[in-house]
Design a protein around this ligand. Sequence first.
Ligand code: AMP
Ligand code: MG
Length: 340
Amino acid sequence: MKQKKARENYCLGIESTADDFSVGISTFNGEILANIISAYMPPEGGIHPREAARHHAETASKVLEEAFKKAEIKPQDLSIIAFSQGPGLGPCLRTGATVARALASDLGIPLVGVNHCVAHIEIGKLKTDAKDPVTLYVSGGNTIVSAFDSGRYRVFGETLDIALGNCLDVFAREAGLYQKPSMPFGAVVEKLAAKGKKLVLLPYTVKGMDMSFSGLLTAATNLLKKGEYKLEDLCYSLQETVFSMVTEVTERALAHTEKREVLLTGGVAANKRLQSMIKAIAEEHDAEFCVVPSEFAIDNGAMIAWTGVLAYKQGIATPIEKSFVKLRWRLEEVEVPWVK
Ligand code: AMP
Ligand code: MG
């Protein structure tokens, strides 16, 4: 008699920390069946948290529907619901959490609150086969150099003010550049930087293992307004300076920890120049360079689903009454018992 196939376990993950609303579906073995991302694009200026939250609320049902369709499963097939519980923008996080709570209670299945930064590292490890890397996570909202030690991902260095991606985005907006979903501001800057030749001196601020980008952004913006330099040269100089800063900190973390892998993730990981700099220091230290494919490097629901699976397998779940969002939930506060 043909044996009945064991029912697969699925986790649905909701990501809503900032401008992206995304739903991913992962099996308990780490097969990603769906990863639908809806990005909010402000008509002008930066992300307004309430406007982004409105976008999330308006697109949630469509994104969920698409995810189920892509994964070819029904809501009743799910075993758990995971959601990004923090860190992030309050209104955006609360919108995702509300959707997650509603789904979990409606289906009568456990809820798992996931730390967004841990999720970036876990999906990176899943997708690149990295086992125990030093991770450089650079995005629109975060800039963190971390590595695992004694039960947690420890922060070796981070930004003291704005995130690297935000620095590129604000500069691009000041320069009147135009972005499309297919070409975010960081990518527009990258394209222009490739044509730059002159390296203009900009403030390089690394304090201990931490970095500061706001003074550099002001300096670059002031030079832009003076009109003495070509925009391409300023983009080139901005990139060279900020990427050198994160590369320096990553290299020091690598030298200190003697890890054998370097993982690059977050939206800025798509940048070829940054990739080449991180690859160079990895090679210098005989470490493997791993970069997360862009669909899983930007904010995405699949990373939340997969981290939800890892946590749930360790008996971790979040009762609804404890599922309040944590706007400043730091990476090193989270115990990760699934990492040995
Ligand atoms: P995330 O916050 O992870 O969703 O990523 C968004 C950030 O990645 C924004 O700051 C983008 O400008 C940035 N980004 C996307 N593509 C590139 C690129 N090719 N080079 C630099 N930054 C990029
Ligand atoms: Mg984003």
